[in-house]
Design a protein around this ligand. Structure first.
Ligand SMILES: [Zn+2]
Length: 325
């Protein structure tokens, strides 16, 4: 269990109230499934993001669960005006409706501020004065494993006259740094936070909240039990599990689906030529859904279905047989 591996984390002696040092002996009660689809409004939904939307929706429906849309519109420099409404319109055309009001990260700054204040009070966060180049690993939402060096902990014991630029979460040392989790698609995963990541940024030098903090706070406050998302975020999962433990939040289950790749070998995106979905007829909607289902490895028999709602009913059934429910 991932939680067990963080209980050996270094917690300052004066952090008596910290969740890492307190143990709840209440036996866990399986809560009702709550999942989410969390697009960033950096462009219209395309056939790659449809795969993720469909997988998360199917998993929620297969578990008779709740499916919530969360708009991850925090990274203001990257957000495109109108893209959020465009995504919501596309989801509506597909018949994928959020079961609860849509959550907008841009309206939740006070919640992220509170989490950072708590972590700071518990001695788990420290200011970092390193330059942008040194913290580049945390500036992008996604980075490939091994593509960046772990933050070396330069500012762990003080700024040494530098100005605070960003705020970092202290990760455990030695064995406690090895995070383990089981991905429902990818299988057992391990990441060493100390050697592969280092103390990671929660609030960036440009004043923006880091993706890692916002997503963990939101998953906790929305009582998310299951996270289904693209495999580009597999590399962030160990950090998020550690941060959940730091905040006293339960760890959700994870399922990372294979990415749709562009011709350049990168994740399909607006930048490398992903076309917006054209969903102006029922046939076009069904064709887009069938392509997404094929990418997810669902049976070719689904291709014979002529109506969207019949397709969904059959897809939920095969998903349930494959992933439980
Ligand atoms: Zn630093």
């Amino acid at each position: 269990m991932a939680l067990a591996s963080v209980q050996g984390a270094t917690v300052p002696a004066d952090a008596a109230a910290h969740p890492l040092t307190t143990h709840d002996s209440t036996p866990p009660v399986a809560p009702r499934y709550r999942g989410r689809f969390a697009p960033s409004p950096t462009g219209p939904l395309h056939r790659g993001s449809l795969v993720t939307a469909l997988a998360s929706w199917l998993d929620a429906r297969a578990h008779d669960g709740i499916w919530i849309v969360r708009m991850e519109d925090l990274d203001e420099p990257r957000c495109v005006p109108g893209a959020a409404d465009d995504i919501l319109d596309t989801l509506s055309r597909l018949g994928l409706h959020s079961d609860e009001p849509i959550v907008w990260q841009s309206r939740r700054h006070a919640l992220y501020e509170q989490a950072l204040a708590d972590l700071t009070a518990w001695g788990l966060v420290y200011p970092c004065g390193c330059t942008r180049r040194e913290i580049a690993d945390s500036l992008t939402r996604v980075h490939a494993r091994h593509s960046t060096l772990a933050y070396p902990g330069t500012c762990r014991d003080g700024l040494h006259g530098k100005t605070a630029r960003a705020w970092r979460l202290r990760v455990p040392d030695a064995d406690a740094a090895r995070m383990h989790f089981n991905d429902r698609w990818m299988g057992p995963q391990t990441q060493d936070l100390a050697t592969e990541v280092g103390d990671f940024v929660l609030k960036r030098a440009d004043g923006q909240w880091a993706y890692q903090l916002a997503v963990v706070v939101d998953d906790q406050l929305q009582d998310i039990t299951d996270i289904v998302r693209g495999a580009d975020l597999l590399d962030s999962t160990a950090r998020q599990i550690y941060l959940q433990a730091c905040l006293g939040a339960p760890t959700p289950r994870y399922l990372h689906v294979p990415l749709v790749m562009a011709d350049d070998g990168e994740k399909l995106s607006k930048q490398n030529g992903a076309a917006p979905l054209t969903l102006d007829t029922p046939a076009a909607i069904l064709a887009a859904l069938k392509a997404a289902a094929a990418h997810l490895g669902l049976p070719a028999a689904l291709n014979a279905i002529a109506h969207r709602d019949d397709f969904y009913a059959a897809a939920i059934q095969v998903w349930r047989e494959r992933f439980g429910g």
